[in-house]
Design a protein. Structure first.
Length: 225
């Protein structure tokens, strides 16, 4: 696990720790590293889950499915990113989403209850990690609110522009890349893939955007207002 210490120290959860403190914190949280193959489920929707997960290597998808089997991608996460906060915190009785290994992955599992309860060893750094966790939960809540705002748009064009505007603001540029391919973007926006591709083509023809694969350029600053 030591080869991933540099990754862990850059995560929002452990960013306030030193290299000397990290191993003690991982022991307190009963950290276990596990490998998953591509397309293997890490968590199934409706599973009971007690663990917070951190991606050490690879890429995962957070997905939900309706009763008809239609899939929606909530997030695509890579090295250093956290998942499982909601289900592990018991804010929901069972996991509200599935977690799927998109590529071969190495995942660090931590006991959430050990994270948010006082440490029996009275670790001086434990309160800092608890505060970090609260910030992580707040950040994830903002991301969920953002997606709800995007999906509340009435048309495919409006949903796409809302998503691209958020991405542009986050990157601080009208030229940026997104973490999704076209199939994944359609799943994220909950729209038909062919219809999304047609809309992107129309917007390119109208001079609103430029796009090559997952690269986009917004041609008007009005999208960012």
């Amino acid at each position: 696990m030591e080869q991933y210490y540099h990754v862990l120290l850059q995560t929002p959860l452990f960013s306030s720790l030193t290299l000397e403190e990290l191993p003690h914190m991982l022991q307190c949280l009963q950290a276990r590293m596990k490998k998953y193959q591509a397309k293997q489920f890490i968590i199934h929707e409706t599973d009971s889950n007690d663990d917070l997960g951190i991606v050490l290597k690879g890429t995962i998808q957070i997905i939900t499915e309706d009763s008809l089997g239609n899939r929606s991608i909530t997030a695509k996460l890579g090295s250093g990113q956290l998942f499982g906060q909601i289900s592990a915190s018991k804010l929901a009785q069972n996991s509200p989403a599935s977690v799927l290994a998109q590529t071969d992955c190495e995942i660090l599992h931590l006991k959430f209850k050990k994270l948010v309860t006082p440490c029996s060893r009275a670790c001086a750094f434990h309160p800092r990690v608890i505060e970090n966790m609260m910030n992580v939960l707040a950040g994830r809540n903002l991301l969920m609110n953002r997606k709800l705002s995007i999906l509340s748009q009435r048309t495919i064009r409006d949903k796409l522009l809302a998503y691209l505007a958020w991405q542009s603001r986050d990157k601080g540029s009208r030229e940026f890349s997104i973490p999704f391919n076209r199939d994944e973007l359609a799943d994220y926006l909950c729209v038909n893939r062919s219809a999304l591709s047609r809309e992107i083509s129309h917007m390119i023809d109208e001079g609103l955007i430029e796009s090559t694969r997952n690269q986009f350029i917004l041609k008007s600053e009005s999208f960012l207002e």
